[in-house]
Design a protein around this ligand. Structure first.
Ligand code: SF4
Ligand code: SF4
Length: 87
């Protein structure tokens, strides 16, 4: 499965549709760090109390599953930079 090695090799720049999108946290995020702790590939960092997703990731969706605030979205971050809130 050489494509897997290539996928995780930053010099190869393998792209799949949607890879320009990324995970982001909405305003519901309280910075608990559960997504950071449960990510099996270590691609989430906590920066100033907020999760920040690296690339590439395994796309396993574990982070979204464990988030107690249901605050994780996938796609293009809102252009105004203001995280959405559900209320
Ligand atoms: S989808 Fe999986 S590998 Fe990717 S950031 Fe979330 S938990 Fe980590
Ligand atoms: S698990 Fe959810 S609430 Fe906790 S830091 Fe991650 S995105 Fe924020």
């Amino acid at each position: 499965m050489s494509w897997i090695k290539d996928f995780f090799n930053p010099k190869k720049k393998i792209r799949i549709p949607g890879m320009e999108d990324n995970f982001y946290a909405t305003g519901e995020c309280d910075g608990c760090g559960e997504c950071f702790r449960k990510c099996p590939s270590g691609h989430i960092k906590m920066i100033e109390g907020r999760p920040d997703w690296g690339k590439p990731c395994l796309m396993c969706a574990q982070c979204g599953t464990v988030c107690p605030k249901n605050a994780i979205r996938f796609g293009k971050k809102p252009e105004n930079g203001s995280p959405e809130r559900s209320e």
